[in-house]
Design a protein around this ligand. Structure first.
Ligand code: PLP
Length: 401
């Protein structure tokens, strides 16, 4: 393939060259074990301390001891959820949402099979929560509320600060876990101000490598580990540290903080151009999720009456990388559980495509996509069995103009 236009940054991102540069010495000459007593190892231990300080800054934690490095956000989330339920063993109620990532949802399905009562909060057609419903559902035996900060498929942001206030006002003993994976680097995060107990992060979503994550655990909460082993990461995540990737994640966190303004101006403007360009040229295109209340890089669109998977294959042939649903559910041909929860009509549910940009996306790339996608959709429309319905949409657009 000559040219790749990568609009799948919610699945994973490219490593920033500055991140790679910081990592390289730890993949070559600085290979000692950070737990060793010699100075060689001590220097690596210092590099981990520095990365912990950077991630503390990135999420606005009060103390770097609140940050634990893991292998990915799935691991971070499992440590938080399973640990929180372990220290609250006598409470068997969990509240979460219908639109969480499988890394979290499947953990609750597992607990449900083991006798836990799990409340799945619904969302409206814009993908937003009803905070009164949340308030009503919190009980004396609610051990944990688990709500993501930003949705990976639609980019819709949940009001984490308001949510934590509702939880702590109604039951101060209920713990609050936030999957922060898709918020990190896209909107400001400050865990100290928002009264969150646990936050999970994934390095590869903000230009660090795959295979490294972090977990924030509020000071004073003592979680049991998932695995038993050495003393690394205060015993919460034993095993010799992945020093190079931890160093990379720290650096990527600092860069993400620096680029937050650009993300919300330049990247957002490109995303908005893409949407405007496609919606005005394609009669059967529609936007999914709240237009205003979204992270700046994500656009979830449906092309009604045609199949999303087919669209992705044709986009791929043109060198355009996009997604339908999350990487963990794609391939299953099941429609997105997020769009289903939003009540998106059947005819649009199967034709959804997520475009997700990054600070490396260029105007030329977006212009190319705006030029290319309408002809791809036009061709696919001609194979659709819903010709009458498509004609109706085209006529409606004609009269709107
Ligand atoms: N949570 C959300 C919202 C995600 O988007 C993802 C990855 O797509 C994860 C969790 C899992 O992250 P990881 O790949 O680091 O396990």
């Amino acid at each position: 393939m000559d040219k790749i236009i990568y609009l799948d940054n919610n699945a994973t991102t490219k490593i920033d060259e500055r991140v790679l540069e910081k990592m390289l010495p730890y993949l070559t000459n600085l290979y000692a074990n950070p737990s060793s007593m010699h100075e060689f190892g001590g220097n690596l231990a210092k590099a981990i301390v520095n990365a912990r300080e950077q991630i503390k800054e990135f999420v606005g934690a009060e103390n770097k001891s609140e940050i634990t490095f893991t292998s990915c956000a799935t691991e971070s989330s499992n440590i938080a959820i399973r640990g929180a339920l372990e220290i609250n063993k006598n409470k068997k109620h969990i509240i979460t949402t219908k639109v969480e990532h499988p890394a979290v949802l499947n953990t609750y399905k597992w607990y449900e099979k083991r006798g836990y009562d799990v409340t799945y909060l619904s969302v409206n057609s814009e993908g937003e929560l009803d905070l009164d419903e949340l308030k009503e559902e919190i009980r004396q035996d609610t051990a944990l509320v688990s709500i993501m900060w930003a949705n990976n498929e639609t980019g819709v942001i949940f009001p984490v600060e308001k949510i934590s206030k509702i939880i702590k006002d109604k039951n101060p003993k209920t713990l609050f876990f936030v999957d922060g994976v898709q918020a990190a680097g896209k909107i400001p995060i400050n865990v100290a101000d928002t009264n969150i107990d646990f936050l999970s992060l994934s390095g590869h979503k903000f230009h660090a490598p795959k295979g490294v994550g972090a977990l924030f655990v509020k000071k004073g909460i003592l979680l049991p580990p998932l695995m038993f082993g050495g003393h690394q990461e205060n015993g919460l995540r034993p095993g010799t540290e992945n020093v190079a990737s931890i160093v990379g994640m720290g650096e990527a966190g600092m860069l993400a903080k620096e680029y937050l303004k650009e993300e919300n101006s330049v990247v957002k403007a490109l995303r908005d151009d893409l949407e405007k360009g496609l919606l005005s040229r394609i009669p059967n295109a529609r936007l999914n999720g709240s237009k205003a209340n979204r992270v700046p890089n994500t656009s979830n669109m449906s092309f009604e009456y045609i199949e999303g998977e087919l669209i992705l294959l044709h986009l791929s042939d043109a060198g355009i990388c996009a997604s339908s649903g999350s990487a963990c559910t794609s391939g299953s041909l099941e429609p997105s559980h997020v769009l289903k929860a939003m009540g998106i009509p059947f005819t649009a549910l199967h034709g959804s495509v997520r475009f997700s940009l990054s600070r490396f996306t260029t105007k030329d790339e977006i212009d190319f996509v705006i030029e290319k996608v309408p002809s791809i959709i036009k061709r696919l429309n001609s194979f659709s069995p819903y010709q009458k319905e498509l004609k109706k949409l085209e006529d409606m657009r004609f009269y709107e103009k």
